[in-house]
Design a protein around this ligand. Structure first.
Ligand code: SAM
Length: 377
């Protein structure tokens, strides 16, 4: 199977190489931005699980270089379309078509990218090689955000907060659905706990989720700390995959809430009635488990007969986003005439599968030089 057959099967893979993105994931963030205007008023961002770095590239192009990508590109397209319609007489002559706002490099931009894997450097972005599930990562992040941060004396509150936390974290998928969804949810909780430590009030949090059983419980828990929680599926994310993104806006921590990685929040098991939701929003109760995880308890147990059973689950609105004329991520596409397949922009620096490839090469191919299966461990 040649390179160009992958170009054909995955239009976003081909486009990523043509437009200089390190990974096709860039389009997911661009399409989320089209819908949610994620970068509006944003200059300080943390990009979790960032390697090989296409989301960081989007941040760099929008915030540092002031390029017209994502929402700005979508606005340009809409503007030109309206001008065309007006010119051909489909719109009233005096219909006012407003020019999209200017995009320019922003001031005081700070972008910190974190991944377990090393990431090739990007201008203006601080890259950290660290595990987002480990408590030692938070002082590293705080130091990267604020060089004056002093681990011994400073508190989290003293460090400069950020406007937006992104997380595209994904474990190495095993194919065992329940296990994959569980490990993914642990990454999400780690990302959320980091976000709670650094987000400023009004801040945004965008993270990858796998939509599994009981995902609505997670939405209800997020709703305690964010005013709005939406589940979004960008067009570049395959419809056949359980992947989606939660887009949480207007961070509003309940009174007295203190983020801490010593007793991080974890998934609580309970749901509650609507009046209790309101109460929990201002004062969520917490249970500290023996393993140190704090469960954010949303209220009374479903089994409690005295509680009303209606309105107890909160379903987040679901939005398919990205221009409808954009490529379908599940379809095979006809390649343009004269198409020449390009190399990836930035191959992974140290992919976890490198050893497997080396071993395979040593054995002379997929099954070695011997008969099928012989010589394999
Ligand atoms: N957003 C990235 C981009 O645009 O290039 C792609 C991210 S990739 C889908 C998922 C990343 O999650 C991998 O690079 C992986 O190393 C990282 N990851 C998984 N578990 C992690 C952890 N515990 N801490 C930090 N990064 C992790």
């Amino acid at each position: 199977m040649g390179k160009s057959s992958k170009d054909k099967r995955d239009a976003y893979y081909r486009l990523a190489k043509e437009q200089g993105w390190r990974a096709r994931s860039a389009f997911k963030l661009l399409q989320l931005d089209e819908e949610f205007d994620l970068f509006q008023g944003v200059s300080r961002v943390v990009d979790l699980c960032a390697a090989p770095g296409s989301w960081s590239q989007v941040l760099s192009r929008v915030l540092i270089q002031g390029q017209r990508v994502g929402r700005a590109a979508w606005q340009d397209k809409r503007y030109n379309e309206l001008l065309r319609l007006r010119q051909e007489g489909s719109l009233a002559k005096d219909y006012e078509v407003e020019a999209p706002p200017e995009a320019k490099p922003r001031k005081d931009v700070k972008i910190v990218a974190i991944d377990l894997q090393p990431m090739s450097p990007l201008d203006g972005i601080t890259c950290l090689k660290a595990d987002i599930t480990h408590p030692s990562t938070i002082p590293l992040l705080l130091k990267a955000l604020d060089p004056d941060y002093d681990r011994s004396s400073a508190s989290i509150e003293a460090s400069q907060p950020v406007d937006l936390v992104l997380s595209d974290g994904a474990p190495d998928v095993t194919g065992l659905h329940d296990l994959d969804i569980y490990v993914q949810s642990q990454l999400l909780w780690a990302a959320l706990n980091l976000a709670l430590c650094v987000l400023k009030p009004g801040g945004r949090f965008v993270a990858k989720i796998f939509r599994g059983k009981d995902v609505d419980l997670l939405y209800a828990q997020l709703k305690i700390v964010f005013e709005s929680v939406t589940v979004a599926k960008p067009r570049s994310s395959r419809a056949s995959s359980v992947e989606a993104f939660i887009v949480c806006t207007n961070f509003r921590p309940p009174k007295g809430f203190k983020a801490s990685l010593d007793s991080p929040l974890g998934a609580g098991r309970k749901l509650q009635s609507s009046e209790q939701t309101l109460a929990a929003r201002t004062q969520p109760s917490r249970t500290v488990r023996p393993d140190g995880i704090t469960e954010l308890d949303l209220g009374s147990d479903l089994e409690d007969e005295s509680q009303p059973k209606q309105d107890i689950r909160w379903i987040a609105p679901f939005l398919a986003c990205g221009d409808l004329s954009a490529f379908d991520a599940d379809a095979s596409h006809k390649l343009p005439d004269g198409h020449v397949s390009l190399d990836p922009v930035q191959p992974p620096t140290a992919p976890p599968y490198r050893r497997a490839l080396e071993e395979r090469r040593k054995m002379g191919g997929a099954y070695g030089k011997t008969k099928l299966g012989e010589g394999l461990e």
